[in-house]
Each structure stands twice: as structure tokens, then as C-alpha cells.
Ligand binder design. Structure first.
Ligand SMILES: Cc1cc2nc3c(=O)[nH]c(=O)nc-3n(C[C@H](O)[C@H](O)[C@H](O)COP(=O)(O)OP(=O)(O)OC[C@H]3O[C@@H](n4cnc5c(N)ncnc54)[C@H](O)[C@@H]3O)c2cc1C
Length: 397
């Protein structure tokens, strides 16, 4: 069995950034596992744009030298805001080659607690003993499918995260469920791929971002006003954005207030640049799915609470993600049960450490403890810094 001081699971923005930071600690043996940027490459549709602003899209590195601009200069790639998905994936892969050329691309199958750390089993059966583990596994395991759709195969009902390419839907009737960015952007891409699309959502209206008020506060009143109201991390509306950028301050507020602010900061919304692209797509809001049945010739019938129904070829669920770390199948049952949780989220201490000493969780599962900043790339600056401080300042037992 090989040994490590710290093992990092995951090579998305959080895992890569954590590794780049921890490798600055002299003498610390850090091993990283996972395929670089695989969630972005395999579970988001081609043609998508990032909703986050330019300054909120750099993956944090200790020298602040692996920025989007540095990538453009090194690669000759030209792109601007909104950042195309393909460019962001290539940027992340470049970041990995620069900061972590020896990344081990094997998956981690199992993590178990031992007396003095953790035993890790890799996809080929090799075992590693590690004194600490940092989990940066992202949200793929948390894709949310409403129970009405439980009994349907992928040919009739699929989640937005199951598609890289919508062109196979050309000529088909597709019903998109949801009214957030993922549902709306999927609908636009399906329409542009030649599908006949309709969007149905529970919400009574769509929150379009970058409206008149936001554009005025962002640009028309000048840089001073903008910097006062909005943090570069770009999470949340005017004012709230500054608080979301400071997780240590947010954590001091009463829990009820934290929950309200968090909900407000990340309510479902669509980027303004989708409005025109969706002009020809019918959007029906304020409706809930009541029943789903299959009909002849591989079609599916969806009935709504207003008495209407639709018979279509495919349902695409743009229903988002619900964090529940018990769905991380690489955690042993014993370890899962030892992690103190609230509604599926781990309760984390300083350094994003769980109630199990030496086990850290970064990214979206950290949002209950450190706020919604943890759901976005811009949260890598905070997460990697506090992780580094915790690991470097407190040698693992
Ligand atoms: C459609 C969509 C659009 C989004 N747009 C934005 C945006 O514009 N801006 C933004 O900031 N955020 C956006 N997000 C949120 C985005 O998911 C997070 O910002 C980001 O992915 C967080 O990085 P991460 O490292 O936590 O997770 P991920 O990027 O998901 O990385 C996790 C990694 O862990 C690896 N992994 C998982 N299990 C194992 C295992 N057992 N062994 C080894 N490796 C493993 C995976 O392969 C993956 O590479 C979007 C999300 C979605 C779904």
C-alpha cells in the first residue's frame, strides 16, 4: 500500500485549485485523482456559455498566474464574455497541465476510515493510505429527478446533465421541465438543433438576469458604485453579493437569515442573452406535473395540475441538483454515517473539515456551512485559501 499525507478526490475547479495550493507546503505529500474537468466536458451541452462573469471564472491558484488571460496568452485562444463552455474546459485542462502535470486520472472507488487516517481504493484495486482526504467530487451524483419520472428510461426521460449534444433530438417534440438557467439554455440549444421544444415550469415567472436595474448598477453608475455593490465573485444581487463573497461573515449571522440570503442569492434565473434565442419557444409557467404515462410508439404523456397535458417524444429535466452526500458512492457506509449532516449537506468546520477529523469537503456540499459562493468557480479562492491554512497550520494526526 502506498502512502500520502493528503489525497484529493476530483479534478474539477475545486480539486485542481486545492491541489495547486497544498503543493506549496514544503514536504507535504499530496496525491490527486480524477479526470480533469470531466463534469464540464461530459455533463454539459456543447454550445453552452458560462453564466458567471469574467472575473468570477478564474480558477484560483496560489501565484494568481493561471488566469483566463494567462491561458489566452499561452494558447492563442480568443474568447470573451460570456465564456464558451469549450474554452472553459480547455482553460481548466491547461490549468491542470501547468499546476498538476502528475495528476493521476484513475477514479477513487472507496474511502474508508482507519485508525490513523483513511484507506483509499482506486479503480484498478490499488490501495493508498492517506492521513487526510479532500473530497471535491462536484454535483453530478445529485442530479434531481422528480419522483413522477422515476419509472421511465433514458430514451423517454433524461436529466440535462446526461447530454453533451442535443442534435439527436432534431425533428422530435421535447418538453423541458424547469425555469432556471440549465432548463432555459437546454431549450434554446434543443430549438437550435431542430427539435420542437416547449418549456414548462412551476415558477410563475422567469427571473431574467442583467435587467435594467442590474445593468444600471453594474455599468451606468460607474465603477465605484459597481465595486461597492458587487463583489468580483459575482454571486447574488446588489449588496448581497458582498456578503456572499465573505463566508466567514455570513456564518456569523443567525441561521434563518443565512438561509433566506442564500435562497435569494441563487434563485433560479436565466441569462439575458437567452431571451432572443427563446423567442420562438413556448414557455408555460405556474404548472406542476401531476402524472406521467407512456403511450404507444415510444411517446410519453405528461399531465399538469391545470388539467392540460402534452404528448411528446422526450422529457428533458432541467430540474437542477439537490446535495445529498449519502449519494457519494465512494464513501463507505461507516464513514457516511460518521459525518454530521443537515438535509444532506455536511456540517463543516473551519478549513471545510467535516465532523470526521482529516476529512474535508469542497464545492457545492460546503454551501450549507459557507454559503452559495461554494457552488461556483469563484469560490475556489476562498476554499483553497482556508484549506491551505487548515492543513499547513495543523499537521494531520
Ligand atoms: C449547466 C451548469 C452550468 C454551470 N455554469 C456555471 C458557471 O457559469 N459558473 C460557475 O462558477 N459555476 C457554474 N456551474 C456550477 C459548477 O458545477 C461548479 O462551479 C463547478 O463545477 C464546481 O467545481 P467542482 O470542482 O466542485 O466540481 P466539478 O467540476 O463537478 O468537478 C468534480 C470532479 O470530481 C471528479 N470525480 C467525481 N467522483 C470521482 C471519483 N470517485 N474519483 C475521482 N474523481 C471523481 C469528477 O470527474 C469531476 O471532474 C454550472 C453547473 C451546471 C450544471
Amino acid at each position: 500500500m502506498t502512502k500520502a499525507d493528503v489525497t484529493i478526490l476530483g479534478a474539477g475547479p475545486y480539486g485542481l485549485s486545492a491541489a495547486a495550493h497544498l503543493r506549496t507546503v514544503p514536504g507535504l505529500d499530496v496525491r490527486s485523482f480524477g479526470k480533469p474537468m470531466s463534469f464540464w466536458h461530459c455533463n454539459m451541452p456543447r454550445g453552452m456559455f458560462l453564466r458567471s462573469g469574467w472575473d468570477a471564472t478564474h480558477i484560483a491558484d496560489p501565484a494568481r498566474s493561471l488566469t483566463l488571460e494567462a491561458y489566452q496568452a499561452a494558447s492563442g485562444a480568443h474568447f470573451s464574455k460570456p465564456v464558451p463552455l469549450e474554452c472553459f474546459v480547455e482553460y481548466g485542462q491547461w490549468y491542470q497541465r501547468e499546476s498538476l502535470p502528475d495528476l493521476d486520472q484513475r477514479d477513487i472507488l472507496r474511502i474508508e476510515k482507519t485508525l490513523n487516517g483513511f484507506q483509499i481504493t482506486l479503480s484498478d484495486g490499488e490501495k493508498v493510505h492517506s492521513r487526510r482526504v479532500v473530497i471535491a467530487a462536484g454535483i453530478r451524483s445529485f442530479a434531481w429527478r422528480p419522483s413522477e419520472f422515476d419509472n421511465f428510461g433514458q430514451s423517454l426521460v433524461s436529466h440535462a446533465s446526461e447530454h453533451q449534444d442535443f442534435s439527436p433530438f432534431a425533428g422530435q417534440q421535447v418538453l423541458v421541465i424547469g425555469s432556471g438557467q440549465s432548463a432555459l439554455e437546454s431549450a434554446a440549444l434543443l430549438h437550435e438543433s431542430g427539435a420542437e421544444v416547449e418549456v414548462v415550469g412551476r415558477a410563475t415567472h422567469i427571473n431574467w438576469l442583467q435587467g435594467w436595474a442590474s445593468t444600471t448598477l453594474h455599468w451606468r453608475l460607474g465603477r465605484g458604485v459597481r465595486n461597492f455593490l458587487y463583489a468580483p465573485t459575482d454571486v447574488g444581487p446588489a449588496g448581497i453579493s458582498q456578503l456572499m463573497a465573505r463566508p466567514d461573515l455570513l456564518r456569523k449571522l443567525p441561521r434563518g437569515l443565512q438561509d433566506k440570503l442564500r435562497k435569494r442569492a441563487v434563485r433560479p434565473a436565466g441569462a439575458r442573452w437567452l431571451v432572443k434565442r427563446l423567442e420562438a419557444v413556448p414557455i408555460r409557467l405556474g404548472r406542476q406535473v401531476r402524472a406521467v404515462t407512456t403511450v404507444a410508439a415510444g411517446r410519453v404523456k405528461v399531465s399538469f395540475d391545470d388539467g392540460s397535458d402534452r404528448t411528446i417524444d422526450h422529457v428533458l429535466l432541467g430540474t437542477g441538483y439537490r446535495v445529498d452526500i449519502s449519494k457519494y458512492d465512494f464513501l463507505s457506509e461507516e464513514l457516511k454515517n460518521s459525518i454530521d449532516r443537515h438535509n444532506g449537506y455536511p456540517r463543516l468546520r473551519a478549513g471545510l473539515e467535516t465532523s470526521v477529523d482529516g476529512l474535508h469537503i469542497l464545492g457545492a456540499p460546503a454551501a450549507w456551512s459557507f454559503g452559495p459562493l461554494m457552488q461556483f468557480v469563484s469560490g475556489t479562492h476562498y476554499a483553497s485559501r482556508v484549506l491551505l491554512r487548515s492543513v499547513a497550520g495543523k499537521p494531520a494526526k
